[in-house]
Design a binder for this molecule. Structure first.
Ligand SMILES: [Zn+2]
Length: 232
């Protein structure tokens, strides 16, 4: 069975039989080259975390240069955080550059959002994105969840989640992640499927279908068609 980890900082994050094709590693722009050198078959999401969005111009420029690389399958994590990082105005400017890049390159956006939901929703309505906006580590309350679902957001769920909110997310808008957790992706799939009272394999099959539609490159075994040379 294929288990997919949409957002992780752990280099070899799980015990799946094909770890190189089943997860998306998050890297900062200046860390990308080293990461791709060490893990040439890996897929990445690349962006500037809101905590580090102060004086980010050089990183942004570099991101804009490398983001079209086929190894990079999503933009982010990027977003807004009212508890940490520089003032929200700065975070917003940096986040908007990620939004534009995601739309321009037709790559999904992985979002970090803490206590800035109103601002996030305003940006969503303003930009009317065609690309999926995937909120990572989502553990929102039911009312917020309903609002985001209605607007068309997608969600990646990790080790910590709020079951009441989780149950309101349509399965086709859901992904799973380890992020920085020590749990492996299988344990996270298990916890979520149990909270949803779903059979583990049925749940995994739906998530695999979601991955196939949003991140089709993760499924393939032959990377050459997207311009990545196979290296062992
Ligand atoms: Zn985050």
């Amino acid at each position: 069975m294929d288990l997919y980890d949409i957002h992780t900082y752990n280099l070899v994050s799980d015990d799946s039989d094909d770890p190189y094709h089943s997860y998306i590693l998050n890297v900062f722009p200046l860390g990308y080259e080293d990461a791709v050198g060490s893990y040439p078959k890996c897929f990445f999401t690349c962006g500037i975390h809101p905590w580090h969005s102060e004086d980010a111009e050089a990183q942004l420029h570099y991101l804009e240069e490398i983001a079209s690389n086929p190894h990079i399958v999503a933009i982010g994590e990027a977003g807004l955080d009212k508890l940490k990082g520089p003032e929200l105005g700065i975070q917003k400017q940096v986040f908007e550059r990620h939004i534009l890049l995601s739309e321009k390159l037709k790559k999904p956006l992985i979002i970090h959002c803490v206590k800035a939901w109103e601002e996030l929703i305003a940006l969503y309505k303003q930009h009317k994105p065609m690309q999926p906006w995937i909120i990572h580590g989502f553990r929102g309350k039911p009312e917020l969840t309903k609002q985001l679902v209605k607007l068309g957001f997608k969600f990646t769920i990790g080790a910590k989640f709020r079951p009441e909110g989780l149950r309101l997310i349509p399965l086709e808008a859901m992904f799973c992640e380890t992020d920085e957790s020590e749990l492996c992706i299988e344990e996270i799939y298990r916890a979520i499927s149990e909270a949803l009272k779903l059979d583990f394999e049925d749940f995994a099959a739906v998530i695999a279908q979601n991955v196939k539609s949003v991140f089709p490159d993760l499924i393939v075994n032959d990377l050459e068609h997207i311009g990545i040379e196979g290296v062992d």
